[in-house]
Design a protein around this ligand. Sequence first.
Ligand code: NAD
Ligand code: MG
Length: 382
Amino acid sequence: MKRINILGSTGSIGTQTLEIVRDNPDLKVMALSAGSNIEKLEAQIREFKPVLAAVWSEENASALRTKVADLPVRIVSGMDGLIEIAEMEEYDVLVTAIVGMIGIRPTIAAIKNHKNIALANKETLVTAGHIIMPLAKEMNVSILPVDSEHSAIFQSLQGNPGNRLEKILLTASGGPFRGKKREELAGMTVEDALKHPNWSMGKKITIDSSTLVNKGLEVMEAKWLFNCDLDKIQVVVQPQSIIHSMVQYVDGGIMAQLGMPDMKLPIQYALFYPDRRPMDTKRVDFFKLGQITFEEPDIEVFEGLKLAYTAAKGGGSLPTVFNAANEKAVAMFLDRRISFLEIYDIIRACMENHKIIQSPNVDEILSSEREAYDFIASKWGV
Ligand code: NAD
Ligand code: MG
């Protein structure tokens, strides 16, 4: 029996993780958490019977307590609630399916609690990878990638010592606006940006895919997960999303992981690694597919990737500012307060305004986040 706790159980990754639990009776959910969707969380609590559940506001926690008063589950709230889930004794793996930098503290708490991490929450590694990876090593804890590209890289590395790696070929679909010119991007709406060609995901990451910020975050995520220099990570656009990423070895040989675009495979692989379990999902039909094509990313138009490389090279607290500015800008875009291209303007302005702190601790990461938010408020009035 493997016991799992999920941060962000009502989201896209969270609900797909629970589908896997449904199909595998030797998985047991011990704790769940959600931002504010207490109706969905209540249904999950009734079905999966965790002993602990968290929501963000105390008001929602109190409402949920009333709803599930007939069940032996404790309801907690806020950051303390997320940390309590991470610090529980009776579980094996923490699935970080929460979105944003809010995942940093609970992830660190879980590692200190000697729990393995199935990591979807890339923002945590991008901003605090320099804290998380050494801590995981010290605590002898595994950080198992859930992100499809990183799972593909991880799968392609099986059986090959990492020091024989020449480069990582990180694939990208190119998002809904692939091939567009900068002038065309200017008028793109929230609805346009939410139409991802291949993947069905949460709103924030879907917008990040349309700006290529997601790929930029993934470059940094790969750097930390695989201890790889930035110049050894190459982004390759592969519009059909069949090759989920590749690694090239020193002899020129390339290993890739292919499959239909479906997050359940990487989630399940992380949960059962090193085992593979049967999964009843769509298979690739190469004759129907016909071709797999490749392109170079256009980083002048999709500035999100270019800014990410600048952030990654600057290091220290700059990736935090990149990420925080993006989190805020995406929320503003989804609220229709700014245009599509202003997402880039906001990230760029925040990065230019920031004085880098080398090796920031968690408080400094969070103060860099706050600084970016204050700067956006002063310039954009939100
Ligand atoms: P989502 O928006 O669908 O879900 C986010 C979850 O986090 C929800 O359950 C939400 O309730 C919870 N949450 C948000 N704020 C919270 C708070 N303050 N306290 C507690 N819970 C809170 O997002 P998603 O698409 O599932 O993405 C989750 C993470 O996984 C992100 O970091 C994303 O980049 C990464 N990821 C997602 C996919 C995908 O296919 N969806 C693929 C790769 C990586
Ligand atoms: Mg991905």
